[in-house]
Ligand binder design. Structure first.
Ligand SMILES: Cc1cc2nc3c(=O)[nH]c(=O)nc-3n(C[C@H](O)[C@H](O)[C@H](O)COP(=O)(O)OP(=O)(O)OC[C@H]3O[C@@H](n4cnc5c(N)ncnc54)[C@H](O)[C@@H]3O)c2cc1C
Length: 444
């Protein structure tokens, strides 16, 4: 049966159950859709896709194409709204089976529903490729999703529920249909950066996995080092590859287990898996919440009074607030597309508590800037820090001065990322279309 595999956040050949399924077709069209809306100003003053993530994504697509070639396939890059592009491709090539990974995100879910409705004769399947577990593995129904991370962890921790083992890559793939040139020439030209440590693609992802676990053995001391603000080797740096699926989280978990068997097991090895469980928690939390993952009040019943001050928002984005540690983190983010977990907590706390801003603007800026942007982790963490998410403690406000003294005692980090205040960031002007988000808006 002719099939179409729509690659999304699963840009890999290793441990890809969707690709494995697609390997059984007699003709296969492997497609990735670049949506022009990603590059246009959206809600909350930001664009969905900033320069850093686009560069990384582009590299990941090129790397995926090279992997597919070794299996006798190719990657068709389409430019357009998936709701139009996917049905048109299916019709043109007589596709009878459509496959995609099951994704978190209400836009993604709505798109899928529209596509399926437009193709009544096509068999459509969403495959679980994103998590350590499949929904069926969970010891609870999704509608009974535990409210907090601790409750979740206690139900799914090893050895109670071991992660799913990775699946082998297919040995070969069915042939692709004859296709004209794809739309890659219409996509924005990514801006390449010299010596960028974030190189997209699954080979770079697997190299980083092996490096952190077996070469440098950063995993052995991870629990002590993970809070560093600015040290590549202090944490795993798996996040960008996990976010677009160039790295399978099951492969990462399996290699952590190998390290524990072959080298050593200690608090740090436990902690790295523990952090993957945080990712897992936010993944299922996002599946469970649907639209509420993006709503102002999240899972809290109380409506929080929030406001929006354009000058404060701008200062936060540009790294010109009165808080040096926040400014340094924000400059680091703009310049590299990455910020440490500690930094993210500090700047989010500042955004909500010190600056009194609506958390969704901060989350949208992260979405634009982060090379590892992932809807479930980003919006879930922001809700958590804004006191409207899965946090039993409610509000979390960090003492920024104290945090600066603890994590940057000599001021090296602040000095390094002083930034260039003369370069304003490309924010979109506030207008009635994007502020305030009014009652009746699905994101209200
Ligand atoms: C406000 C805010 C926004 C965030 N947005 C994102 C995002 O868009 N994408 C993203 O991948 N992470 C996000 N995080 C989580 C975390 O900051 C990053 O995963 C981490 O900094 C990535 O660096 P690392 O790979 O070296 O992490 P490590 O410390 O090495 O952790 C290993 C892996 O565990 C997972 N992980 C660790 N901490 C968390 C966490 N708090 N939540 C979810 N997963 C976690 C990640 O997959 C990470 O790669 C956010 C955190 C905050 C506070």
């Amino acid at each position: 049966m002719p099939s179409l595999l729509w690659f999304t956040r699963d840009l890999r050949v290793h441990d890809n159950p969707a690709l494995k399924l697609a390997a059984d077709s007699d003709m296969l069209l492997c497609t990735y859709v670049v949506d022009p809306d990603w590059f246009r100003p959206g809600r909350f003053q930001s664009r969905p896709m900033g320069e850093h993530r686009w560069r990384f994504l582009w590299q990941s697509l090129m790397a995926l194409e090279a992997e597919l070639k070794t299996l006798g396939q190719r990657l068709h890059i389409a430019w357009g709204n998936p709701v139009e592009v996917i049905p048109a491709l299916c019709q043109r090539h007589g596709v009878s089976v459509l496959m995609r990974s099951r994704l978190v995100g209400s836009d993604e879910a709505a798109q899928w529903q529209q596509i399926v409705a437009a193709l009544p004769k096509v068999q459509a399947a969403q495959v679980e490729t994103q998590g350590l577990f499949r929904e069926l593995d969970l010891p609870f129904a999704l509608e009974d999703m535990p409210e907090t991370f601790s409750q979740f962890r206690k139900k799914v921790e090893r050895p109670l529920l071991p992660p799913r083992p990775p699946v082998d890559p297919p040995r070969s793939l069915p042939p692709a249909p004859g296709l004209p040139e794809d739309d890659r020439g219409r996509c924005p030209q990514p801006v390449m950066v010299e010596n960028d440590p974030h190189q997209g693609g699954e080979q770079a992802a697997l190299a980083q996995l092996e490096d952190f676990l077996f070469t440098t053995q950063g995993i052995a001391t991870y629990k002590e080092t993970r809070n560093a603000l600015d040290d590549w080797s202090a944490s795993s740096r798996f996040s960008p590859w996990l976010a677009n699926g160039s790295l399978s989280v099951r492969r990462a978990a399996a290699r952590i287990a190998d390290y524990e068997r072959q080298v050593q097991r200690n608090d740090s090895t436990y902690w790295l898996y523990f952090e993957l469980l945080w990712r897992e928690f936010f993944h299922w939390n996002g599946q469970f919440l649907g639209d509420r993952l993006f709503s102002r009040d999240g899972v809290s019943n109380r409506a929080r009074a929030v406001s929006f001050y354009p000058h404060r928002f701008r200062a936060w984005c540009e790294g010109t607030t009165q808080y040096p540690i926040v400014n340094a983190c924000m400059n680091q983010l703009r310049e590299t597309g990455y910020m440490s977990n500690r930094g993210r907590q500090l700047v989010a706390s500042c955004f909500v508590h010190e600056l009194g801003l609506d958390w969704r603007y901060g989350a949208a800026w992260f979405e634009e800037q982060l090379v590892d942007y992932d809807p479930a982790s980003n919006y879930g963490n922001w809700q958590y820090l804004a006191g409207v998410g899965a946090d039993p403690r409610g509000l979390r406000q960090f003492n920024l001065e104290k945090q600066g003294k603890t994590y940057d005692p000599r001021g090296d980090f602040v000095e390094r990322w002083q930034g260039n205040a003369a370069q304003p960031v490309g924010l979109h002007t506030v207008d009635a279309a994007d502020w305030p988000v009014a009652p009746g808006d699905p994101l209200y």
